[in-house]
Design a protein. Structure first.
Length: 197
């Protein structure tokens, strides 16, 4: 199965998994308004209220990135979806960073699209970090031992923070502070003489 059709990849989930959200009516109905025209209200404040009204929708993460880029306010209806989306974005950008650093025949890099993804990841991280999932496979005894020795841990990183386990899904991996992955991609591409789209 090629990566393009592998339904387990972060890229597939970004483009095909729908997230329940709310976006302003002005963005939600923009295509309809282009065909049918914009409704006219008797008072300007009614028009502004109608444009700002948040309407429920389902969009893929990539579609939400486009709305975010255009300045739309986005509400994720289930905060756990923010954790999933952040995991997909982080894993997708990390994989691209590895490819740019180590692969051959990469082609042109869509840097603007990657920067838009990274910008959205920064925004979604603010929601996701409040709802970070705990790895339930970690036993109660291990958690108690970690609590006992947490003062020692402050001096060094935990192993699971240094390298995410390949057995965990993106949603289960411990969340660290988000820092720009696109900056690393750009730096590596420049060092290797790769071209940007």
């Amino acid at each position: 199965m090629s990566e393009a059709t592998d339904t387990t990849t972060a890229a597939y989930k970004l483009f095909h998994y729908y997230i329940e959200c709310m976006i302003p009516a002005a963005y939600a109905y923009q295509a309809r308004h282009e065909v049918e025209g914009v409704p006219v209200y008797q008072r300007a404040d009614m028009e502004d209220d109608a444009a700002r009204e948040m309407v429920p929708r389902q969009h893929t993460t990539v579609e939400l990135i486009e709305y975010h880029k255009r300045g739309a306010s986005i509400i994720i209806r289930n905060p756990q979806d923010a954790v999933k989306m952040y995991g997909w974005l982080r894993d997708h950008l990390s994989l691209l960073r590895s490819r740019v650093q180590f692969s051959v025949n990469i082609g042109n890099i869509p840097l603007q699209d990657l920067e838009d993804m990274d910008d959205f990841a920064t925004m979604i991280y603010r929601i996701a970090r409040q709802y970070e999932q705990v790895d339930e496979r970690q036993g109660k005894m291990n958690r108690k031992l970690e609590d006992m020795f947490k003062h020692r841990r402050m001096r060094r990183k935990r192993v699971e923070e240094e390298e995410p386990s390949n057995q965990q899904t993106p949603e289960e991996r411990p969340m660290k502070e988000h820092r720009s992955i696109t900056a690393d991609i750009s730096k590596s591409a420049i060092e290797r003489g790769l071209e940007f789209k």
